[in-house]
Unconditional design. Structure first.
Length: 47
């Protein structure tokens, strides 16, 4: 197993997210509300 992980690959993968993915994550983060009450955390999705 160590041999597999120590090998370097010559392939460079370009990971560019789609515009739809970015929009979805931004909208989700805007709608997410975290409420702290004593030592508890409540997550509410305001949609």
């Amino acid at each position: 197993m160590a041999k597999i992980y120590s090998q370097q690959t010559s392939k460079k993968i370009n990971l560019q997210p789609k515009d739809e993915t970015i929009s979805f994550l931004l909208n989700y983060s805007k709608a997410l509300s975290v409420i702290n009450y004593n030592k508890l955390k409540f997550e509410a999705l305001l949609n």
